[in-house]
Design a protein around this ligand. Structure first.
Ligand SMILES: *Cc1c(COP(=O)(O)O)cnc(C)c1O
Length: 428
C-alpha cells in the first residue's frame, strides 16, 4: 500500500486496523466504511475496537493500575466496560458520568471522582457506591465531605487537586506565573498547603495523594518534565503515596502533526519523576490519546455550493452538533472519501454542517478528491474524542449512533436518536 502523503490523506491519522479494501474503499477492522454508512445511516461514529483496546493496554502496561481513562473524552457503556476490561481505572466528573459507568458494571472502586463543583447529592451517591478516589477541588467541597461524614461516618480516600502555576502547553512547557484557574488549590497563595493541613487533620477524609492536570493536546513529552519537577517540589515533602499528573497527551489531527506514544510519554514522565526525587506512584488520566484516533465520522455530502473566485461550500448531514471542536477551539481536521481512501485530494473546499449558523464549520480548508459529488460518503478522521461526548441536539438534530468494528463485525453500541427521543423530557 502506498502511504505517501502529498495530497493524499496521511495514513497515520486512521485507526490501527484501517486498510484499503475492495475498489480502494476504506475498511476498519474488516468493515467496509461505505457499507457502514449504508447500514447505519449518516452521520455515524465508526470506532476500531482493537485500536481502543490497544491504547488502554499500552497505558496499563506503561503505568499499571494507576492508568485511568478520562471518560469525558468519549463515554458510553461499551466504552466504560472496554476500559475496565483492559485494566484501566475510570475518571468521572459528574453524577451523570458516574451513572453511566456504574450502569456499565464498572466496579466502583475503580472510579475516580473529579469536578470543581461536585454537589452534595453527587458526593453522597459517590460515597454510597464507594468510588475508589475522590479528587477534592476546593475548601467548600471539603466542608461538604465533612458534613456527609457526620451523616454516614464514611472516610473516603482523597487526592487534593492543586494548581501548581505551571502548564504544559501544546508545544512547550510554560510557567504561567499566574494562577487564574477555576480548578484546584493554588500553590503560590498557600491555599494548597492549607488544604493539605486541613485534609490531614480531618476525620472525614483519608488523604492519599496530590493531583494536577497540567495541560491538554500536548505534543512534546518533554513539556511534561518541567511540570513534574514543580509538582515534585510541592508533593515530595508530604510523603503521600500517590501523585497523579492528569492527562493531556496530544494526538495528531492533521498533516504534519506528530505526538509521542503513550509508552514514550511514560518513559519521559518516569525519568522526570526520578530526577525530581518523586517516590510516590505516578498516575495518569489519558482521554484523547486513548480514543481520538480510534474513530472516523462518516457523513453524506448533501449540497455543493460553488462560489467562483470565493470558495466552494460542501455541506454534510452533521456539523457542530457531532463535532463542536472546530467552532469551540478552531481545531483542524482532515477529510477524505471512504470510497477512495488513497485518492489524491486536489480540490479545496470548506466543509460545513447543516445547522442554522454561519459558523457551523467542520473543516475550514479541506482537501478532497476533485470528483467529490452530492451523495458521496465523506469522512473526517481522529473524531473519537470530544466529538460524541461534546455533542448536542442543537436544531433538534438527532445524535448519531456509535458503531464498534472488530473482526469484520460492526456492533451498534449507541443507536441513533429518534424524533421521539427529542420529546422524552418535554412535559408540555
Ligand atoms: C480532561 C481531563 C483529562 C483528560 O485529558 P486528555 O487531554 O483528554 O488526555 C484528565 N484529567 C483531568 C482532570 C481532566 O480534566
Amino acid at each position: 500500500m502506498d502511504r505517501r502523503s502529498g495530497t493524499r490523506l496521511p495514513w497515520h491519522l486512521l485507526p490501527d486496523n484501517a486498510a484499503v479494501g475492495d475498489g480502494g474503499r476504506l475498511t476498519i477492522a474488516g468493515c467496509d466504511t461505505v457499507e457502514l454508512a449504508r447500514e447505519f445511516g449518516t452521520p455515524v461514529f465508526a470506532y476500531d475496537e482493537g485500536h481502543l483496546r490497544a491504547r488502554c493496554r499500552e497505558a496499563v502496561t506503561a503505568f499499571g493500575p494507576a492508568a485511568t481513562y478520562a471518560t469525558k473524552a468519549f463515554l458510553c457503556r461499551a466504552m466504560a466496560r472496554l476500559a475496565a476490561e483492559e485494566g484501566m481505572g475510570l475518571d468521572v466528573a459528574s453524577g451523570g458520568e458516574l451513572h453511566v459507568c456504574l450502569s456499565a458494571g464498572v466496579p466502583p472502586e475503580r472510579l475516580v471522582f473529579h469536578g470543581n463543583n461536585k454537589s452534595l447529592s453527587e458526593l453522597r451517591r459517590a460515597r454510597e457506591v464507594g468510588v475508589g478516589r475522590t479528587v477534592v477541588d476546593s475548601f467548600d467541597e471539603l466542608a461538604r465531605l465533612e458534613a456527609l461524614h457526620g451523616e454516614d461516618g464514611r472516610t473516603p480516600a482523597v487526592l487534593l487537586r492543586i494548581t501548581p502555576g505551571v502548564k504544559a502547553e501544546t508545544h512547550e512547557y510554560i510557567a504561567t506565573g499566574h494562577d487564574d484557574s477555576k480548578f484546584g488549590f493554588t500553590v503560590s497563595s498557600g491555599a494548597a498547603a492549607e488544604a493539605v493541613e486541613k485534609a490531614k487533620a480531618s476525620p472525614a477524609v483519608e488523604l492519599v495523594g496530590i493531583h494536577a492536570h497540567i495541560g491538554s493536546q500536548v505534543f512534546r513529552a518533554e513539556s511534561f518534565s518541567a511540570a513534574v519537577e514543580v509538582l515534585g517540589r510541592f508533593a515530595n515533602p508530604l510523603g503521600l503515596p500517590e501523585l497523579v499528573v492528569g492527562g493531556g497527551l496530544g494526538v495528531p489531527y492533521v498533516e504534519g502533526e506528530e505526538a509521542p506514544t503513550i509508552t514514550q510519554w511514560a518513559r519521559v514522565l518516569r525519568s522526570a519523576a526520578a530526577e525530581a526525587g518523586i517516590t510516590a506512584e505516578i498516575g495518569v488520566e489519558p482521554g484523547r490519546s486513548i480514543t481520538a484516533a480510534a474513530a472516523v465520522t462518516l457523513y453524506t455530502v448533501g449540497t455543493i455550493k460553488d462560489l467562483p473566485g470565493i470558495r466552494t461550500y460542501l455541506s454534510v448531514d452533521g456539523g457542530m452538533s457531532d463535532n463542536p471542536r472546530p467552532v469551540l477551539y478552531g481545531s483542524g481536521y482532515e477529510a477524505f472519501l471512504p470510497r477512495s481512501v488513497t485518492a489524491d485530494r486536489n480540490r479545496t473546499v470548506r466543509i460545513v454542517g447543516k445547522h442554522c449558523e454561519s459558523g457551523d464549520l467542520l473543516v475550514r480548508d479541506a482537501r478532497v478528491p476533485a470528483d467529490v459529488m452530492v451523495g458521496d460518503v465523506l469522512a473526517t478522521p481522529v473524531t473519537g474524542a470530544y466529538g460524541h461526548s461534546m455533542g448536542s441536539n442543537y436544531n433538534k438534530i438527532l445524535r448519531p449512533p456509535v458503531v464498534f468494528c472488530r473482526d469484520g463485525d460492526a456492533r451498534l453500541v449507541v443507536r441513533r436518536e429518534t424524533d421521539d427521543d427529542l420529546l422524552l423530557t418535554d412535559l408540555g
